[in-house]
Design a binder for this molecule. Sequence first.
Ligand code: ADP
Ligand code: MG
Length: 322
Amino acid sequence: ETLSNQIAAGEVVERPASVVKELVENSIDAGATQVDVSVKDAGLAQIQVVDNGAGIEPDDVPVAFLRHATSKILTTRDLFNVHSLGFRGEALASIAAVAKVNLETATTAGVGTKIQVNGGEIGTPETAALRPGTQVQVDDLFYNTPARLKYVKSQQTELAKIVDIINRLALANPQVAFTLRHNDNLMLKTAGHGDLQQTLAGIYGVTTAKSMLDFESQDLDFKVHGFTSLPDTTRASRNYLSFMINGRYIKNLALTKALIAGYGSKLMVGRYPIAVIAIEMDPLLVDVNVHPTKQEVRLSKEDNLAQLLTQAVQERLASENL
Ligand code: ADP
Ligand code: MG
């Protein structure tokens, strides 16, 4: 069991940022409106995620660390109709297989529960007086899998990946107020008022956020809305492009190309806008079961969506006489 958890962990827990992603997604799934993330030494020493979500019932606490334990999917049919971010029930088990995890949780009505899981060894849950919500602390990531530590890059790189993942999750969830601290320094703070432009301000700064163009468009299958920068505010990397489908951050090359196509010759070669694009669609048209991290998705009618996006951006730029 410990070994198979460590193997599964390899797919889900590649680096500190993967832990942050899984924990924060759990907080969002639990309906949290405030999520505070603190990391020490780029997450290698410690990752802590505190939320004000629904919490876990005492009896369910040890179960949450078992592989394929998920409260989010009841039937195989649900696998094709995914609404929540997590659904494989692998994250907590995988993380706890390769780190020392302390979880403290309480529901609004119930008493609190604390549990420690070190390298897959599930400790005895204890009752504790706790505020409603969940706090997960992950210490000494990869302490028992030195081989994996080899793949971890410099702290600077790992921290950049953590910031990147929080940026995306914050943009995908403007209703959630996020903070990110590194070695006690505040790196990022979003308002959480449900306003995408305000969230953009928390991430890219007020000036950039205010200068971005909002656009929206829809057809029978898709609703697209978002913000994209003026052709004179561009970056040399695609890292400032964020695509969300039904509140989930995704990567999709066709959509990236479609956005860029909307700029036509207004964009210099090798330059990319800063943009956030939120797509709403029938979950049945999205296949998220391509990879355990759930970032690469397959879309039905991808060409139609791409066309819709290109046209929306084109028209918005034209309306500014650009
Ligand atoms: P999944 O998210 O795929 O269901 P996880 O291993 O990430 O699997 O989590 C296992 C279970 O633990 C979840 O289904 C959920 O019931 C519970 N859980 C984990 N984190 C939280 C949290 N922050 N708040 C409430 N429940 C949580
Ligand atoms: Mg999860």
